[in-house]
Design a protein around this ligand. Structure first.
Ligand SMILES: O=C(CO)[C@H](O)[C@H](O)COP(=O)(O)O
Length: 276
């Protein structure tokens, strides 16, 4: 693979899973195979990423269930005085409120236009470290903050690794302004009209009274989810340009060439660090 170096690692950090290090008596001769849940894999990857955090850094704080593990770890190291003088730049309102509750000092992109390191999850990672992000709906702020970062470490469990973006059958999100949303949807559909197995849908959520309403991002926008039966088969850079040329599109969830490292944890607790 060109331009990418892969470094397999074992758990060389304070582990949140002591059972990994203390085999039961029955397994003293032959260690029992430990199978980590998906959430444990996310936590292992997140903790490894936080090893790269140093005191005094301005940190981009990601959004989602994987990024929350990194927040927990950073907060713990701050509490114990292992880290100090950290400033976090949250990528969503949700992350902001979690980080506040954890007492991580916060600021914003206007005050800190250069960020030392961002740590965030992803929905998909391809072999060239291109990503799909935004199933949590925070892609615009994530792209701004991670784009302003000297280093961007992506933390994933092994299920997120794909041969081709869009290839997991899940959505590639596009954030659009609410004005004329169905017009913008039709423009997006026209872009892929010759693509077999393509579909595009407004993302919705169901309110307590059972009413279905559009999902609204932190920026007051809507999201159109794009689905590709066989993943995205066309040139990603050209597709990115075409999407951004549609008036009404604010941003899309393909993060191309942005990740500087990807940390992948698998169910056996093995960590692989892939550097650009
Ligand atoms: O891009 C994101 C939010 O906009 C998340 O990083 C992405 O959806 C991965 O989420 P999780 O860590 O919960 O699997």
């Amino acid at each position: 693979m060109r331009g990418v170096s892969i470094i397999p690692q074992t758990l060389d950090m304070p582990t949140p899973f002591p059972h990994l290090l203390s085999p039961s008596p029955a397994s003293a001769m032959a260690p029992a195979a430990v199978v980590l849940s998906q959430d444990e894999q996310k936590r292992v990857a997140a903790y490894r990423a936080v090893d790269f955090v140093q005191s005094g850094m301005v940190l981009g704080l990601g959004t989602g269930s994987t990024a929350v593990h990194a927040l927990d770890r950073i907060a713990d190291l701050l509490r114990r005085g292992v880290l100090h003088d950290i400033v976090g730049i949250p990528t969503s309102k949700q992350t902001e409120s979690i980080a506040r509750a954890l007492k991580i000092p916060l600021s914003d992109l206007d005050a800190h236009p250069i960020i030392d390191l961002s740590i965030d999850g992803a929905d998909e990672v391809d072999p060239f470290l291109n990503l799909v992000k935004g199933r949590g709906g925070s892609l615009l702020r994530e792209k701004m903050i991670e784009g302003a970062s000297k280093k961007f470490i992506v933390i994933v469990d092994e299920s997120k690794m794909v041969g081709r973006l869009g290839g997991s059958g899940l959505a590639v999100p596009v954030e659009i302004v609410p004005f004329g949303w169905s017009y913008t949807l039709s423009k997006l559909k026209a872009l892929f009209e010759l693509e077999r197995g393509f579909n595009a849908k407004l993302r919705t959520r169901v309110e307590e009274d059972g009413k279905e309403v559009p999902f609204v991002t932190d920026n007051g926008n809507y999201i159109i989810d794009l689905y590709f039966e066989n993943g995205i088969e066309r040139d990603l850079g050209l597709l990115s340009d075409s999407l951004l040329r549609i008036v009404g599109v604010a941003e899309h969830g393909m993060f191309l060439g942005m990740a500087t490292s990807v940390i992948v944890a698998n169910k056996d607790g093995e960590i692989t660090v892939i550097n650009k």
